[in-house]
Design a protein around this ligand. Structure first.
Ligand code: PLP
Length: 354
């Protein structure tokens, strides 16, 4: 038996979030963490090339006003409605800390982004999960009960299942006493954003990220849009915790990315096209999959165990994601890569599944 040190009773003990593997080897086809297979906008590279390092002497603008203004302009909201952070994980963690401070449990789906329960445990927030139906769809009635807050991704992850704006409007309207967070990490790949609803509902916080559709996971940029009062509370908590989180080069790079809308639409369009092609191929090979509207597919094979396919792929330098978890243990989550990468995946599976 392990002996505890006397100081250990004062330790905040948590079970950390487990992210997908980042293999150090070269030549891996990496389809396991939903990154974009294309580089960020060339305008981002230009910013880095012209960066004046002299400015690094100074603290960055803690409001990241330039980036906030660019986002406000892009999404047709006022700058006071925008909050930015170090990836949407940072934004979501701040939002949990700020808005989920009641006694009643917060609600989220049983199959969803696996960081939610980690933050709830870390921050001692009571929570209850609501089971998705057999088709992995959210049952909105589950959210028509007293609660301390709600967080749901749209499209959901790792299923890729999208709900429309009116579905979320019902949940938001039914919960005037709670903040409802819609995590739109994947909305750009074929969903409609709930951002316009922030004008009508002061309890809605929409969170998005530059990590997937804007090809900038390494830069760590996320943001939230909501009612001005909501954003004000979020800033109060952030500036009580760590003010200077967004660094100066990243604020400039993020702004350049937002301004290059043509490039953004081009890479998102390519990924959507590749996704639809890959869906057809996987179905042909005996997989069943939900109709994902994200940059990944969630697939199960009729005859071969997901774990076996996962290991065979990995052995052949193709990384996808698999969880040893209830309900989803026989599924693979496959990020959409380039056409060439997906052709290699399909060719391997064709051979392996024979
Ligand atoms: C990827 C992801 C995030 C976090 O992404 P960041 O890189 O921290 O911006 C948040 N929510 C969901 C559902 C995600 O898949």
């Amino acid at each position: 038996m392990e002996i505890s040190m006397s100081w250990e009773k004062n330790v905040r003990r948590v079970e950390p979030y487990v992210a997908g593997e980042q293999p150090k080897r070269e030549g891996v086809i990496k389809l396991n963490t939903n990154e974009c297979p294309y580089p960020p906008s060339p305008k981002v590279k230009e910013v880095l090339r012209q960066m004046n390092c002299e400015k690094l002497r100074l603290y960055p603008d803690m409001d990241a006003q330039k980036l906030v203004d660019a986002l406000a302009d892009y999404y047709h909201v006022r700058p006071e409605q925008v909050f930015v952070g170090v990836g949407s994980d940072d934004v979501l963690a701040m939002a949990f800390m700020t808005f989920f401070y009641g006694d009643k449990p917060i609600l989220f789906p049983d199959i969803t982004y696996s960081f939610y329960d980690v933050w709830a445990e870390l921050l001692r927030i009571p929570y209850r999960t609501c089971a998705l139906d057999e088709e992995f769809c959210i049952r909105k009635e589950d959210y028509f009960v007293p609660n301390g807050g709600i967080v749901i991704p749209n499209p959901n992850a790792p299923t890729g299942v999208l709900e429309d704006v009116s579905f979320f409007e019902e949940i938001i309207a039914a919960n005037p006493d709670s903040v409802v967070i819609v995590d739109e990490a994947y909305v750009d790949f074929g969903g409609e954003s709930t951002i316009p609803l922030t004008e009508k509902y002061d309890n809605l916080l929409v969170v998005q990220t530059f990590s997937k559709s804007r090809a900038m996971a390494g830069a760590r940029i996320g943001f939230a849009i909501g009612n001005e009062k909501l954003i004000g509370y979020l800033k109060d908590v952030k500036f009580s915790f760590n003010s200077y989180t967004m660094n100066m080069p990243v604020i400039e790079m993020g702004t350049a990315a937002v301004l290059d809308d043509a490039y953004f639409k081009e890479i998102v369009g390519k990924i959507v096209k590749t996704r639809e092609w890959t869906k057809k191929q996987l179905k042909r090979l005996g997989f069943s999959l939900a109709d994902s509207k994200a940059n990944f597919l969630f697939a199960t094979h009729e005859k071969v165990f997901a774990k076996d396919i996962f290991l065979a792929l990995k052995e052949n330098n193709i990384y996808v994601r698999h969880w040893n978890k209830e309900r989803i243990g026989n599924y693979l989550r496959i990020t959409i890569g380039t056409d060439e990468q997906m052709e290699k995946l399909v060719a391997f599976l064709e051979d392996y599944l024979q």
